[in-house]
Design a protein around this ligand. Sequence first.
Ligand SMILES: *[C@@H]1O[C@H](CO)[C@@H](O)[C@H](O)[C@H]1NC(C)=O
Ligand SMILES: *[C@@H]1O[C@H](CO)[C@@H](O)[C@H](O)[C@H]1NC(C)=O
Ligand SMILES: *[C@@H]1O[C@H](CO)[C@@H](O)[C@H](O)[C@H]1NC(C)=O
Ligand SMILES: *[C@@H]1O[C@H](CO)[C@@H](O)[C@H](O)[C@H]1NC(C)=O
Ligand SMILES: *[C@@H]1O[C@H](CO)[C@@H](O)[C@H](O)[C@H]1NC(C)=O
Ligand SMILES: *[C@@H]1O[C@H](CO)[C@@H](O)[C@H](O)[C@H]1NC(C)=O
Length: 418
Amino acid sequence: MQWRRRHCCTHTAKLLYLLSLLGFLVFLVHRSGIPWWRGYPVVYGGTVPHLASNKWNASAAHRAWRFVIVPQTTFKADANISSSERNGVSFHRGNISIEGKLTADTSQSHGGVLNASLTHGPFPYIINKPQKCTENRLPPFLVLLISTEARQVEARNAIRQTWGNESVFPSVGFIRLFLLGKKEGELGLLQQRMVEAESRRHHDIIQQDFLDSYQNLTIKTLMGMNWVAMHCPEASYVMKTDSDMFVNTEYLIYKLLRPDQKPRKNYFTGNNMRGFAPNRNENSKWYMPPELYPGDKYPTFCSGTGYVFSGDLAGKIYRTSLRIRRLHLEDVYVGICLAELQIEPTPPPNGFLFNHWRVSYSSCKYSHLITSHGFHPNELLKYWHHLQSNKHNACINTFKDRAGRAHSRLRDKQLLKH
Ligand SMILES: *[C@@H]1O[C@H](CO)[C@@H](O)[C@H](O)[C@H]1NC(C)=O
Ligand SMILES: *[C@@H]1O[C@H](CO)[C@@H](O)[C@H](O)[C@H]1NC(C)=O
Ligand SMILES: *[C@@H]1O[C@H](CO)[C@@H](O)[C@H](O)[C@H]1NC(C)=O
Ligand SMILES: *[C@@H]1O[C@H](CO)[C@@H](O)[C@H](O)[C@H]1NC(C)=O
Ligand SMILES: *[C@@H]1O[C@H](CO)[C@@H](O)[C@H](O)[C@H]1NC(C)=O
Ligand SMILES: *[C@@H]1O[C@H](CO)[C@@H](O)[C@H](O)[C@H]1NC(C)=O
């Protein structure tokens, strides 16, 4: 009797739980008007007053699905996408908005910049690993370009041990490179010596002689593209990401990119930001002065926290960048180069893969996503190891846990009543 009652309760709880999740999903899809898989608008546009998440964080169902649904009801930019763009025809309009508005960067014409053949670009390499790509017999399937600063040693070490470990997938070639600029001053000199030692040990750092600052992130990314174009043009795919990210490289390689298939060309994907307006609030990190970008909308770009592209694009984007004035917003800038190339980023197969916010951890969720943002190195190690040891039953446990929790809540209530 006792056993049967408990058993029955567990099932009822499971059923109720599933039904409520389903109901909640349907409700949100209808309520928000924009497809919920569109993702979470960051504050690139100036029009995002506060995020819907605050309203919802009290709900248990939302807590469970926070990673899935973050509707942004106040976000309007999507409403005004021209029909040609919606149909994916797009960027001839781009000529008007981009050509006219972004002049070639004459203010920074460092010698050979306008020379279309590939050189190291405007800044010479301080540390380079030109042989890294050719060490293995075959060109790598994936090159990871990880934007980082000299002081983030811990983060680099965590990445080497976790998602950036090159020996985890020996059958697909996969290499990682940390991208660095240079710091000034005494501290800069000290850091430089440490970076050089680290580079001798791990052979995974490239550095050019530009000041490492937030404003210069675009230069850093372009250095990575330049490296791939010059030293590894045969790589099938490239991912650019940051050092505070969790990247599920296994999912990325085997589920999204698929080494068993012919590598794509002109392919670019990530967290697609479509129809975003430049931020005109001078106090914002994402401020874009109208003189630099007068247009009222950015072309579609992918969040700089993690985007993936076919190897052929590294050179195309780099060469294109030589005739487009650099903007400090790295991801927007790459989007502009793509528009100039008339390449539209491909939406990822689902909207949960590339997250530029932090997804609350569970082995189930993390085995089905590619990026999650905002990790301390220790957390990265902890979650990575948890995920590795629960890989084969990542979701079974979660379900048991949740059902178990629902069950024990129900039991607590019953106990309270008596
Ligand atoms: C919801 O989020 C806000 C802001 O992040 C926080 O102040 C508040 O305590 C949260 N409420 C609950 C119930 O978690
Ligand atoms: C949409 O864009 C067009 C031209 O860019 C503009 O004239 C129109 O007012 C916009 N509509 C809305 C609703 O913002
Ligand atoms: C777009 O720009 C390219 C060169 O950048 C030019 O050849 C082409 O004619 C332009 N197209 C339109 C519609 O202006
Ligand atoms: C471009 O640079 C390469 C290598 O530095 C040089 O050989 C070539 O002559 C340059 N081309 C032009 C048009 O300046
Ligand atoms: C990378 O993975 C291999 C194989 O799983 C392991 O032996 C090695 O210790 C790892 N490297 C680091 C830096 O953790
Ligand atoms: C970017 O780097 C260049 C080259 O080191 C430097 O002259 C410039 O001041 C830097 N810009 C910013 C905004 O840090």
